[in-house]
Design a protein around this ligand. Structure first.
Ligand SMILES: [Zn+2]
Length: 283
């Protein structure tokens, strides 16, 4: 008998997995012994009144798990400091991923699947998008249209841990519509799959939206991948990269870098997912 995160609404330290296992065994939780290799698992067992494995607890050099009283506010490590396990960026134009999140996407692509969804444009720009995504190390999904239905299907197929899209009040109409389509698609996908855990909006032209300056909740140090971002941006040869987008991308990356103590950074703003925002300023 196997119970995984797929079978329960919440992962550890919430006790749902142990509770489900006990239910399937037909045993009272208090009569169960939980063997776990992690503190959050022991905490989950304690929250349920299972006995955590003495050997697992003794083997850990970390502090003892919190008591059930301390767990009265449920929290999920996925919502906190965990690095993204997968990322989906949904953008309006073939070069948006590179412009607004290229350094961050390249960074996460080093340890997790990164997907970019953009609508089809014309053969030239579509080929540029493919070249740019390849440089970033991301999988590209070119959809006929970024409708809420299409985005919902993609969210359910990919179950991304983290989703990134445009600012809701972006000055560009196509950016706004894309953000609205993501927000419309997201609740059903979240309820059906439990993902995404976190949703962020990216930067925009000179960091100015219709309601003022972008006010990020997180700045990602992209010093290590800034060259990759610029290389990917330069795949969009049909666009004014050298004269306009390239310098703007560098200005913004230096600005957010200055503000966060890095050479180059990208800025993101967390949005609530079904009423929840990440517990930490972390992408
Ligand atoms: Zn755009």
């Amino acid at each position: 008998m196997v119970v995984t995160l797929e079978n329960v609404p919440r992962g550890k330290p919430a006790p749902a997995a142990y509770l489900e296992a006990a239910r399937r065994l037909g045993a009272a939780p208090a009569r169960c012994l939980a063997v776990d290799d992690a503190d959050d698992g022991n905490a989950a067992a304690l929250a349920l009144a299972c006995k955590p494995s003495p050997s697992a607890t003794a083997a850990s050099s970390r502090p003892p798990p919190p008591t059930p009283r301390e767990l009265s506010v449920p929290r999920n490590p996925d919502d906190q400091l965990a690095r993204p396990q997968s990322v989906l960026a949904v953008f309006a134009h073939p070069d948006d991923a590179e412009l607004w999140a290229g350094g961050t996407l390249a960074l996460h692509a080093q340890h997790a699947p990164v997907h970019i969804a953009v609508p089809l444009h014309d053969p030239v720009r579509d080929a540029e998008a493919q070249a740019g995504a390849a440089v970033l190390g991301a999988a590209l999904h070119q959809l006929p249209e970024l409708t809420p239905t299409a985005i919902r299907a993609l969210l359910i197929e990919l179950t991304p841990h983290v989703v990134i899209t445009h600012p809701v009040h972006d000055t560009h109409t196509a950016h706004r519509r894309t953000a609205e389509a993501v927000l419309e698609a997201l609740p059903e996908a979240k309820i059906e799959t439990g993902r995404p855990r976190r949703l962020y909006t990216c930067d925009t032209y000179n960091s100015l939206t219709l309601i003022g300056q972008v006010t990020p909740t997180v700045m990602v140090d992209v010093t290590a991948t800034f060259a990759t971002k610029m290389q990917a941006l330069h795949c969009h040869k049909s666009q004014p990269i050298d004269q306009h987008f390239g310098p703007m991308a560098e200005d913004l990356a230096r600005l957010w870098g200055r503000r966060s103590g890095a050479d180059f950074a990208e800025a993101f703003t967390a949005l609530p997912v079904l009423g929840r925002v990440p517990g930490a300023a972390h992408l």
